[in-house]
Write a protein that binds this ligand. Structure first.
Ligand SMILES: NC(=O)c1ccc[n+]([C@@H]2O[C@H](COP(=O)([O-])OP(=O)(O)OC[C@H]3O[C@@H](n4cnc5c(N)ncnc54)[C@H](O)[C@@H]3O)[C@@H](O)[C@H]2O)c1
Ligand SMILES: O=c1ccn([C@@H]2O[C@H](COP(=O)(O)OP(=O)(O)O[C@H]3O[C@H](CO)[C@@H](O)[C@H](O)[C@H]3O)[C@@H](O)[C@H]2O)c(=O)[nH]1
Length: 469
């Protein structure tokens, strides 16, 4: 195949947008077109004011501003972009199935299949198809089957190139990835395709960080990486409960074990539970795959990571209720943070949603402040759970754009997201405007509990047993 000069990416979401923007920035000689069926999303990517792009990531608007209109384009003309491209990335959503066989566990590959059929239908010359979405191991064979049986007789090579960026640090992760993983067929044509993709990344990623494997190892490595990361969070979170009973401090324990170079210090931060669109979905997918091969013990092992995470979210909500004298009925509880982690506007599977749902069942009034999440998103997240009528969610939850207003007259503040700005607030002012005793439930161990106690707050930080004074 000749040098790649035209790339298309189907899916302009949290992955497609940032990854393609980075490729366009680093490879001015390649024309990159990102397409999506969602017109509003494409419109936002093309917004004159680059600060209005639909994904909030530190540094992303600069990357987009540099390349957009030069060699980076966002469009709804999917067929045209497919037709013109030599290499097509598929970066569409692959959520957990909500119906039928595998409901609640398997990945829903409906959108992947639609892409494959559309590519087959449109393509008039040979193309390289790159799986960027996270997919169950062996999906490439299904894509190949569709392409070869419904296509126009042109040749397709299918590569797996999973994305490892984390939200909130997408730009730095893409700029300097720990590794880029590319899986391809071990045939002469497969090797040429792998090399074509290696050559693109080699424009900025050191060669030793570009790993090539067979397709199946690459597909499975993505699910495995997320399972290992989430397992660390559930492991440390499981210990928060022991700490709270024993006067051990989870921060000290995490530091003590993390200095062992075999364990390492990262991903040992205790929390109210992990969220995000990936961890739960990908582990459930792994569990489903294991079960479908009859590997019961393997499935049970990984499922426990999710069970522990659900427990942690519920436990946090129950602690609030217990500590507020076993009733939150009619009490105002301020939520600091709604996003699933700091520095993102993404709320998918955020622990805050589940904690709020639990407290709403107990008739609490919740006022939410998050620096990046808009009001309609908070309601959409709660409505999606279908626990109660939309009007009841509206009645029980207020979204407030000023943090000081959000906690005025409240019984308690719950910290759900680790936004840096929370640390710098005027906590005396907050204290003065709250009902007493003023309580803080720090689900992220973010705030300086001693300083807050000196002001007069009662503070419970997750995984520390300093009980209310
Ligand atoms: N979000 C992350 O941080 C992250 C990181 C690594 C991998 N992943 C994986 O990447 C994939 C995409 O995730 P995301 O967070 O970007 O999802 P997303 O929902 O933000 O974006 C997917 C986009 O694909 C579009 N789309 C779906 N079908 C289409 C079609 N047939 N034609 C054109 N557009 C179509 C949707 O309209 C949507 O805008 C998933 O498999 C996910 O697991 C996500
Ligand atoms: O020590 C930790 C680390 C993370 N978390 C929580 O875990 C969740 C996930 O965080 P993170 O992994 O940083 O963000 P994601 O954007 O979900 O990224 C994960 O999922 C992506 C999608 O597959 C992968 O590409 C990334 O490599 C992988 O880190 C968030 O709720 C975090 O608050 C903790 O509670 N404690």
């Amino acid at each position: 195949m000749e040098n790649i000069t035209k790339i298309c990416c189907i899916g302009a979401g949290y992955v497609g947008g940032p990854t393609m923007a980075m490729i366009a920035k680093k490879c001015p000689h390649i024309q990159v077109t990102v397409v999506d069926l969602n017109e509003a999303r494409i419109k936002a990517w093309n917004d004159e004011d680059v600060n209005n792009i639909p994904v909030y990531e530190p540094g992303l608007s600069d990357v987009v501003a540099e390349a957009r209109g030069r060699n980076l384009f966002f469009s709804t003309e999917v067929d045209k972009a497919i037709d013109e491209a030599q290499m097509i990335f598929i970066s569409v959503n692959t959520p957990t199935k909500t119906y039928g066989a595998g409901k609640g566990q398997a990945a829903d590959l409906k959108w992947i299949e639609l892409c494959a059929r559309q590519i087959a239908n449109i393509s008039k010359d040979n193309k390289i198809i790159v799986e960027k979405s996270t997919l169950p191991v062996r999906t490439a064979s299904a894509i190949k089957d569709i392409l070869t049986h419904t296509g126009n007789g042109v040749q397709f090579q299918i590569l797996s190139n999973p994305e490892f960026l984390a939200e909130g640090t997408a730009v730095e992760d893409l700029d300097a990835p720990d590794r880029v993983l590319i899986g391809g067929d071990n045939t002469p044509e497969g090797k040429v395709a792998v090399q074509a993709l290696v050559d693109i990344y080699a424009n900025w990623v050191p060669k030793e960080r570009i790993l090539t494997t067979n397709v199946w190892s690459s597909e499975l490595s993505k699910l495995t990486a997320n399972a290992f990361l989430a397992q660390r969070v559930s492991s440390i979170n499981s210990l928060t409960e022991i700490c709270e009973q024993t006067e051990a401090d989870i921060n000290e324990v995490a530091k003590a074990i993390g200095t062992d170079s075999r364990i390492g210090p990262k991903f040992l931060k205790a929390s109210v539970g992990f969220g995000g669109s990936c961890f739960q979905k990908d582990i459930l997918n792994l569990v489903y795959i294991a079960r479908s091969y009859g590997l019961q013990e393997v499935a049970d092992y990984w499922e426990q990571v999710i069970i522990m995470n659900d427990h942690q979210k519920r436990r946090f909500a129950n602690q609030i209720i217990k500590n507020l004298y076993n009733t939150v009925n009619g009490k105002k509880i301020a939520f600091f943070g709604w996003a699933f982690k700091k520095d993102t506007n993404d709320t998918r599977e955020s622990a805050a949603i589940y904690v709020a749902d639990h407290l709403l069942n107990e008739q609490a009034h919740i006022s939410v402040y998050d620096p990046k999440v808009p009001e309609n998103q908070v309601y959409a997240d709660l409505d999606y759970l279908n626990t109660r009528e939309a009007e009841e969610n509206k009645a029980g939850v207020q979204v407030i754009t000023d943090p000081y207003e959000a906690c005025k007259g409240s019984h308690a503040i719950a910290v759900l997201t680790e936004w840096d700005e929370f640390k710098g607030y005027d906590w005396q002012r907050i204290y003065d405007n709250m009902l007493k005793p003023a309580k803080i439930f720090d689900g992220r161990n973010l705030l300086d509990a001693d300083k807050l106690r000196a002001i007069g707050f009662q503070v419970r930080s997750i995984g520390t047993n300093v009980l209310d004074k």
